[in-house]
Design a binder for this molecule. Structure first.
Ligand SMILES: [Fe+2]
Length: 209
């Protein structure tokens, strides 16, 4: 299991991206918009780390014996740093509402862990009591990319964890849309307000009155 990416939902995506590029050396891998059925949008950047290497055998480990490795790392393996995903959204959109509920600043929405066998981890976590925002793993239509969100984990400070198995093409807009829709507060609350009203208010930023 490897930390694959961190996803921030923010007030001003461009300002956040400029900050990350300047101070962390990341570069923009992709920029795209997700359009929802109610006419709102989410504006997204996928940022790649400066250390990203095209040689991935196995996918997330770099060998110190590979080409372009400095001598000091010979014989060792290490994890690639995570990608960063940044989004913002207009008023009354999924992302816009989420940011508004956090003082208009936003925060870390989810952290994604890459796994070898997403089905077995999904089932193992479910058996262990972890709840997910979708009933089934979300498959990208034209890639082997597979992802799913847990519900906000109280034990992890209310942060969502994503399980991901990578395909060959990076982010998949179809899957991003489905994942974002699975986090729609109103839909989640409909499912859970009877069983966990106070916990959900706390996690999603509502009040308890
Ligand atoms: Fe993600």
């Amino acid at each position: 299991m490897r930390l694959d990416h961190i996803a921030y939902r923010v007030k001003n995506r461009q300002a956040t991206v400029d900050f990350i590029v300047k101070n962390f050396g990341y570069s923009v891998g992709a920029e795209f918009k997700i359009s929802f059925d109610n006419g709102t949008q989410a504006n997204c950047f996928a940022l790649v780390p400066p250390e990203k290497d095209s040689i991935r055998q196995p996918p997330w480990l770099l060998s110190g014996q590979g080409r372009n490795r400095p001598p000091s790392t010979a014989g060792s393996t290490f994890h690639l740093p995570p990608e960063i995903f940044v989004s913002d959204g207009e008023t009354n959109s999924i992302v816009g509402n989420w940011v508004k509920e956090r003082g208009g600043i936003g925060g870390v929405h989810h952290v994604a862990y890459q796994v070898d066998d997403i089905d077995s981890v999904f089932n193992e976590w479910k058996d262990g009591g972890v709840e997910f925002l979708s009933e089934n793993i979300i498959d990208c239509p034209d890639d082997n990319l597979r992802q799913i969100f847990t519900k906000p984990l109280e034990l992890m400070g209310g942060v969502i964890v994503e399980l991901i198995t990578r395909g060959d093409k990076g982010f998949c807009e179809h899957s991003v849309k489905e994942l974002m829709e699975s986090t729609d507060k109103s839909e989640v609350e409909k499912d859970d307000e009877v069983n966990h009203p106070n916990t959900l208010n706390w996690l999603y930023g509502g009040n308890n009155s």
